[in-house]
Design a protein around this ligand. Sequence first.
Ligand SMILES: Cc1cc2nc3c(=O)[nH]c(=O)nc-3n(C[C@H](O)[C@H](O)[C@H](O)COP(=O)(O)OP(=O)(O)OC[C@H]3O[C@@H](n4cnc5c(N)ncnc54)[C@H](O)[C@@H]3O)c2cc1C
Length: 248
Amino acid sequence: MAGTAVRGRLTWQVSAVTALIDETASVKTIELQAPDWAGHLAGQHLDVRLTAEDGYRAERSYSIASAPGEPVALTVERLEDGEVSPYLTEELRPGDDLEIRGPVGGYFVWDGDDSVTPLMLIAGGSGVVPLRSILRHRSNLRSTVPVRLLYSARSLADVIYRDELDQEGAGVEVIYTLTRQQPQGWTGHRGRVDKSMLSEVAWPPDQQAIAYVCGPTPFVETVASSLVGLGYPAQRVKTERFGGIGGS
Ligand SMILES: Cc1cc2nc3c(=O)[nH]c(=O)nc-3n(C[C@H](O)[C@H](O)[C@H](O)COP(=O)(O)OP(=O)(O)OC[C@H]3O[C@@H](n4cnc5c(N)ncnc54)[C@H](O)[C@@H]3O)c2cc1C
């Protein structure tokens, strides 16, 4: 059984695009039907491979946006000068095939154990994708583990999954910080996440929270070092870096 699961993870498989959902002007969710998928944990990612007619191939990693047990979904932000993300967000159509391999990663995961301490989820831009899987998993399990999500986006229009996040139920606090543009009368946080914002928003270190931090590499590094500076033990700060130079 374990051998089958490992073989499944390491082998490319063809999935079919079942739906494309507009999340923001530059972000789409891609829902897939993957008959050979062996299942995934909340927080894992997968690899996507595109092959051009001349045989040229490009591979990228994408976090899995759906919860364990749900059909595989990805949420992709289009980078104007990118090679793969413009294809996934602009060219792909329902019914198309998409080669995937996974799931990948055993560290940036939440296994649903709610006997443990609170969760501190911190996202920059599309870094919210694996955290959304964790939130959906929590909800599907009817877990009562307390969660705070601090989500840094450029503007309210750039918030991915906004309707879903705004409907999160008891035990989940969603806190936005808008870095570039705030609506008139905005009373929430503004500007990038830093140590002072975290000292206000994050669970105090004596609550033994586990932090999951995901986004562009410089964002993740700033947040992780600030949490450690505030007294979070480094092993309680799990990080996932998407690359790039930031901007959220
Ligand atoms: C584990 C993991 C999970 C990821 N999950 C997601 C996800 O859920 N959703 C998602 O949209 N992306 C995710 N990414 C990023 C994704 O793998 C690609 O890097 C991204 O889609 C850009 O690919 P591209 O081919 O379009 O751009 P490229 O052609 O690779 O790069 C174009 C330009 O954009 C810059 N760049 C590359 N990556 C980023 C980035 N992440 N942010 C800003 N600038 C960048 C490059 O330096 C270059 O200048 C994840 C990355 C990793 C490692």
